[in-house]
Design a protein around this ligand. Structure first.
Ligand code: AP5
Length: 216
């Protein structure tokens, strides 16, 4: 099964993708995670992407499309995946179609998570991530047992560079301008599944799994 998860920053794409990977074994590919790893490793891609990410802008299409094309070609992943954070504009959506068509494949579902703006800002402002294993927490909605330390590996928890208030605002503007038009793009193709993304992560996952035919 090939699924795209759409939704504004903080709508819960990463949370849902990780839960679905655990539940149904589908491979999670997150462009944000791939880019942050490239930044941390100071690769050529990471150095080119960092300034865009720090101010909440999209990284140029050519870089991101090249990166995702490479990932989809690895280990036959194009046959089954859950894409989180890609595509983010119509040019990227058309590039994804072309990449899949080249392998005689197509998307099965595009799941769009709908979450109130106020809730989004709260979710992003309270997010903390483990620098060692990448586990994600929320200071209020999903706090670690010991403040500042990861339950899984004991690593330090930090706030993402782009989760500061002014950058959150910039990311939401970019979403409205560039990514929101994909809702109509995929609705016109009969692929869109709109999901209420409010409520507990487990409840949202149940809704998503029902929509993609993995739970009754
Ligand atoms: P990326 O990492 O993709 O960030 P994003 O799309 O802004 O999404 P987030 O990771 O912020 O949120 P999410 O929806 O995954 O929510 P999460 O599950 O973490 O991209 C970062 C940057 O990389 C971009 O700004 C851009 O510069 C660049 N980039 C990436 N892809 C690109 C592309 N294709 N093209 C160009 N540039 C690209 O949840 C958030 C918080 O809420 C967490 O603390 C979580 O615990 C909590 N939470 C989740 N669900 C719930 C719930 N149901 N109830 C309560 N709390 C919840």
């Amino acid at each position: 099964m090939r699924i795209v998860l759409l939704g504004p920053p903080g709508s819960g794409k990463g949370t849902q993708a990780k839960l679905m990977q655990e539940q149904i074994g589908i491979k999670h590919i997150a462009t944000g995670d791939l880019l942050r790893a490239a930044v941390a490793e100071r690769t050529e891609l990471g150095q080119a992407a960092h300034a865009y990410m720090a101010r909440g802008d999209l990284v140029p299409d050519a870089l991101v499309i090249g990166m995702i094309g490479q990932r989809l070609r690895q280990d036959g992943i194009a046959r089954s995946f859950l894409l989180d954070g890609f595509p983010r504009n119509v040019a990227q959506a058309e590039a994804l179609d072309q990449l899949l068509t080249g392998d005689h494949l197509a998307l099965d579902h595009v799941v769009s998570l709908d979450v109130d703006r106020e809730e989004i800002v709260q979710r992003l402002a309270g997010r903390r991530t483990c620098t060692r294993c990448g586990a994600m927490y929320h200071v209020r909605f999903d706090p670690p047992a010991t403040p500042g330390a990861c339950d899984r590996c004991g690593g330090p928890l930090v706030q993402r560079e782009d989760d500061r208030e002014e950058t959150i605002r910039a990311r939401l503007d970019v979403y409205d301008r560039s990514t929101a038009p994909l809702v109509a793009f995929y609705r016109d193709r009969g692929l869109l599944r709109s999901i209420d993304g409010m409520g507990s992560a487990a409840d949202v996952m149940d809704r998503v799994l029902k929509e993609v035919g993995q739970r009754h």
